[in-house]
Design a protein around this ligand. Structure first.
Ligand code: ADP
Length: 396
């Protein structure tokens, strides 16, 4: 079966066409600057990237261009749209309504819309993408795969905030967690790779990308995660602050004469390692600056690694132990010196870093020494493949 995986943002759209039998990517790419001007990047596996600048006033035109590229007689990946058997859509927020992926019926779309105020930047864009696809491929089954679903198994003690209970009841203010597709994929893959029984395992997944989150996965189920009502809570990220004293918001608003939305913009877009270092949100730049002795870059890297280590410690407490710690996403898969810094805090878990193995980039590999009591492992994430698998499970 061929599955088109769509990850639709407000002005961009990433796509992959995957053959679910071989799990091969047939073609992939993205549309950028939708509603501004428009740029399609398309690559059939084995061929060079093609870039087309063309107007894309709406997501419908963008998806139409993707479909045209996929069936192009010269460079297309399929002969006709009939060869696309299903579409899997990433949906950011499913609130408490969706604990698993689901076929996108009209009722389901209404329920997703009801979650819009929990993710005002993401869900409306996801819905626009879904509706555009439905119009262009009315007979193709569509599935929604939610970033929040995997975390719905968290117990109440992990998801309730110390706030008036009525905010939870009236507005759904609670911890939801994000990157669920990745945490689910990586925890399963880690157990498989390490030959562990997932149903009898304690795994901590550190998804360290531009957005970063960490989760405690007990017997295959999420019991806690660092992101909260929104993806701002938890770890220090590329440009997001992660945990801060909430009083800082009022303090900064007064000192800098900013409105609340302006302060939120600072916390989301001008903070994290970017705001701390003044260098970059990208760890490749930060590593160069770190090696050049840039003090603010050094501080940013130290704070980043220390925060991850503290969360790992709290999840060891939450699960009363840990068998394996899995590093994933851009930084988790590639940035050896940050993994080294994090693991340096974990001696109490009996982990010793295998420095040679830790040079690994982007492949499954154990990076702790064979005599370590807890295993540290790198597991590349693949959210598109996870969405493809979920889609196939629901439509076949
Ligand atoms: P997101 O999907 O949240 O945008 P990613 O998972 O792509 O983020 O992670 C981006 C981060 O990964 C950047 O800080 C980048 O520096 C870091 N990184 C380090 N090495 C690489 C690499 N070889 N390829 C991609 N990202 C890398």
């Amino acid at each position: 079966m061929n599955v088109l995986v769509i990850n639709c943002g407000s002005s961009s759209l990433k796509y992959q066409l995957i053959n679910s039998d071989s799990e091969e990517v047939l073609a992939k790419g993205l549309c950028e600057r939708i509603g501004i001007d428009g740029r399609l990047v398309y690559q059939k596996t084995g061929l060079d990237k093609e870039i087309t600048e063309a107007p894309m006033p709406t997501h419908k035109q963008a998806i139409q261009m993707v479909l045209d590229a996929l069936v192009n007689p010269k460079t297309g990946a399929v002969a006709s749209l009939d060869e696309i058997d299903a579409v899997g859509h990433r949906v950011v927020h499913g609130g408490e309504k969706f604990a698993s992926s689901t076929v996108l019926t009209d009722d389901v779309l209404q329920t997703i819309e009801a979650c819009n105020d929990l993710a005002p930047l993401h869900n409306p864009a996801n819905l626009i993408g879904i509706n555009a696809c439905k119009e262009l491929m009315p007979n193709t089954p569509m599935v929604g795969v939610f970033d929040t679903a995997f975390h719905q198994t968290m117990p109440k003690k992990a998801y309730l905030y110390g706030l008036p209970y009525e905010y939870y009841e009236k507005y759904g203010v609670r911890r939801y967690g994000f990157h669920g597709t990745s945490h689910s994929f990586v925890s399963k893959k880690a157990a498989e790779f390490l030959g562990m029984d997932l149903n009898n395992s304690k795994i901590i997944v550190a998804h360290l990308g531009n957005g970063a989150s960490i989760s405690a996965v007990l017997n295959g189920k999420c019991v806690d995660t660092s992101m909260g009502l929104t993806p701002l809570e938890g770890l220090v990220m590329g440009t997001r602050s992660g945990d801060v004293d909430p009083s800082i918001l009022e303090f900064i608003a007064e000192k800098e004469n900013l409105t609340l939305p302006e302060v939120m913009d600072v916390l989301n877009k001008k903070s994290g390692v970017q705001g701390m270092s003044g260098v970059s949100s990208d760890f490749r730049d930060l590593e160069d600056a770190y090696n050049a002795g840039n003090e603010r870059a050094i501080d940013a890297c130290e704070v980043f690694a220390y925060r991850v280590a503290k969360y790992i410690g709290s999840y060891v407490a939450a699960m009363n132990g840990v068998d394996a710690i899995a590093f994933t996403a851009g930084i988790g898969e590639n940035t050896s010196f940050i993994r080294e810094k994090i693991i340096a805090y974990l001696g109490y878990l009996g982990i010793t870093l295998d420095k040679e193995a830790n040079k690994v980039r982007g492949e499954e590999r154990i990076i702790s020494t064979p005599d370590s009591k807890t295993i540290a492992v790198v597991i590349p994430t693949n959210e598109e493949l996870a969405i493809c698998r979920e889609t196939v499970a629901l439509v076949s």
